[in-house]
Design a protein around this ligand. Structure first.
Ligand code: AMP
Length: 422
């Protein structure tokens, strides 16, 4: 009986993994350049971490989270995002005690029960950074610089990218803004989609996020959070923008940008791609100055972002950066002829691999001609070990690009650099 995979949870097959590995390497290297160190948090957390941290009223928690009881009835969740987990770990291990800025990065799978489409899965992968411990607006700019720098490193066309920035103010600014927004939207209630009419009561900020055209048109004319900032948040946002200009980072103010998670304060941003269609956000982030305290730590400001690996892979591939290499992956394909040669061949292979040489052989009982065909597709050279060669303790090497052949002593093959290995 065939058992199918789960809808929205993709396999990443070996043709794709070289691109993923390259992206992961670039991400790790770049994040380290900015002083971030990797943290690995569990995929399963207590469900309340997200309902409290991300927010009960958010789409992510309300509709998209995979929640289940363990065998003792403890409610668990597959993590829908990692910021809450990183902050939990930060608090749980008392990492604030040093009183220093803590910089973390992570990579890994996240889970949200969403409607699958291009660039949107139910299991997807995020890379992200969290800088916990400073309110400095220069840090907001540094995090956005990191995001831009990643795209430059991956050689994405900058014309295809845009950085949207907004400030949604602090907790103190929120009630006045929420009421201003609610007042305006209530006056236009008839133009809202049914879902947003409900949100009008529970969480009017979410309406700015809605993708329905009617709601979007209203959002464009709605009161702006930047107009309700307290003097400190205003100064903070001015400073963030000044730093962005200073760093030469192109950005546009988008007063409708609010982001889907409740923990954000002050700066919010998204880096988007014109190559992605409806799901155009490559990454998104912002400040979350209240989250550490909310999860039981001391008041601690923080800023970070998370990006989707799948979307990054789509954009990099669309711009020609993801083509699988046509270079053969093996250094040597061993073709033994006869049982005795095969036995000797197994020892040779084991020795080559211990020397860091990528080598393989046939396990399908192929004829010499067919085995040479496989060698031609997968390796830079074939090493042919027939009865004659074996009796002379020699092996025949064939460069599969040039056709050049050479016979060398087995002892040399086992220990010396292999000739014409590029
Ligand atoms: P968020 O955690 O919602 O702020 O999302 C941050 C980034 O993660 C987005 O900009 C996307 O690149 C990616 N992302 C979020 N949800 C999904 C999903 N369901 N499938 C694929 N990528 C996603």
């Amino acid at each position: 009986m065939r058992v199918e995979g789960v809808r929205g949870m993709r396999d990443i097959l070996p043709d794709e993994t070289p691109l993923w590995q390259r992206l992961e390497e670039e991400i790790r290297e770049l994040f380290s350049l900015y002083g971030y160190r990797e943290i690995r948090v569990p995929i399963v957390e207590r469900a309340e971490l997200f309902s409290r941290g991300v927010g009960e009223e958010t789409e992510v928690v309300e509709k998209q989270m995979y929640v289940f009881p363990d065998r003792k009835g403890l409610m668990l969740a597959l993590r829908p995002e990692a910021t809450a987990s990183v902050v939990r770990a930060y608090v749980e291990h008392g990492l604030y005690a040093k009183g220093d800025l803590a910089k973390f990065y992570y990579l890994g799978p996240m889970f949200r029960y969403e409607k699958p489409q291009l660039g949107r899965q139910r299991q997807f992968h995020q890379y992200g950074v969290e800088a916990i411990g400073s309110p400095d607006p220069a840090l907001d700019a540094e995090v956005m610089d990191l995001a831009w720098n990643l795209m430059e490193r991956l050689k994405l066309r900058s014309e295809g990218l845009f950085l949207r920035v907004n400030s949604i103010g602090c907790r103190g600014d929120r009630p006045a803004y929420r009421e201003a927004l609610r007042g305006y939207l209530t006056a236009h209630e008839g133009e809202l989609c049914p879902e947003c009419r409900r949100r009008l009561e529970t969480n009017p900020l979410r309406i700015l996020d809605c993708k329905e055209e009617g709601c979007r048109a209203l959002a464009r004319e709605a009161p702006r959070s930047v107009d309700s900032l307290c003097p400190e948040c205003r100064a903070h946002f001015d400073a963030v923008q000044a730093h962005l200009r200073e760093l030469g980072l192109a950005h546009e103010l988008d007063p409708t940008l609010v982001r889907g998670l409740d923990y954000y304060t002050r700066t919010v941003f998204e880096l988007c791609s014109r190559d992605l269609g409806a799901q155009d956000a490559l990454l998104g982030g912002g400040r979350y100055d209240g989250l550490v305290e909310l999860l039981g730590g001391p008041p601690t400001p923080a800023v970070g972002f998370a990006g989707g690996m799948e979307r990054l892979a789509i954009v990099v591939s669309a711009q020609g950066g993801g083509a699988p290499s046509s270079e053969p992956e093996l250094d040597v394909y061993l073709v033994p002829i006869g049982d005795e040669a095969r036995q000797e061949g197994m020892k040779l292979l084991a020795a080559l691999r211990r020397r860091g040489i990528a080598a393989d052989t046939d396990y399908m009982g192929r004829s010499l001609r067919k085995a040479m065909g496989v060698a031609g597709r997968s390796a830079r050279r074939a090493a042919i070990l027939g009865g004659d060669e074996l009796s002379r303790r020699e092996i025949k090497l064939k460069d599969l690009a040039s056709g050049e052949e050479r016979t060398i002593p087995l002892a040399q093959f086992r220990t010396d650099p292999i000739p014409f290995l590029r």
